[in-house]
Design a protein around this ligand. Sequence first.
Ligand code: NDP
Length: 319
Amino acid sequence: MSEKSPPAVLTVAKLPPFYFDPLCAAFDVHDRLHEADPQAFARIAPTIRGVTGGGESKVPRALIEQLPALEVISIMGVGYDGVDVAAAKERGIPVTHTPGVLDDEVADLALGLMLSVARRIPLADRYVRDGQWAAKGPMPLARKMSGARLGIVGLGRIGGAIAKRAEAFGMKIAYCTRNRRPESAYGYFGDVKQLAANSDFLVVITPGGAGTRHLINAEVLEALGPRGFLFNVARGSVVDEQALIAALQQGRIAGAGLDVFENEPNVPEALRAMDNVVLTPHMASATHETRQAMADLALDNLKAHFAGRPLLSPVPECR
Ligand code: NDP
């Protein structure tokens, strides 16, 4: 390969065409070759200089170790819990992600889930379609969201965007993070159980990974109580799914709205069977506009690296 050949980049996810096509125009792309053809992959592995994938992609230490020329890992997503950042850092390989460009979208979906669960919009839609309105009369009454207490677990970029929207609903907002945000006027709880005990709607929007695994457990759900609703738009790993199912089945919480699950795309039948649960397929950032912005930023990070310019959005550990 001549010196002028474009850098070789391995994809570790099926990328949408609006990312894949410009990626191929700029780089020598090997599309998931490590999965499709391990023998061919072994031959080109020493030439791979970049890796790119989506927010749920796995870039484990074992893969990084197979790529001696690797220089950069670009994730199209803000969550990067599938990347072994420690392994990358040991080799001086920066990891980039796409923060900021999806905040509005994820916050919009969080509010949509909150309204869907409290006002039972999906259930009401089925009620009309199935002819139950005509047969049985009005639906049972729902719960009011405006003015209710909202607890946000993780008041970062997206948590802040959720709070901003909830203010318009007159919600009483409190949050839990490891570090208090002195500039925030919202109520602060250093303990997620205490936040849950003081919330009607509890929204989880922390990063995934080992640091937050099962942060929402049976005790937190118990504290949320039989009138409380849980929403997870973060990562499936943050909520103990079995504890959640038990709490819902036993009426120890009132309902849930979930965009993410522990073993995606498999969603437990127990959750799918419940009327007080609204489920979406990990789609909080999934609009044309936002996915395009994420793709552009992921590509621009790769281009910046190979042009010797500063990275646009390295993950905090690599700044
Ligand atoms: P930020 O880094 O801006 O915010 C993360 C927040 O979580 C911070 O306030 C942080 O505060 C807090 N946090 C971290 N660990 C804990 C903990 N153990 N207990 C309580 N709070 C904690 O991230 P974003 O808002 O940009 O994104 C958040 C996450 O949302 C992403 O990492 C991703 O996993 C998920 N996401 C999901 C999407 C979906 O499709 N459903 C789409 C986009 C993002 P502190 O450090 O002080 O604790």
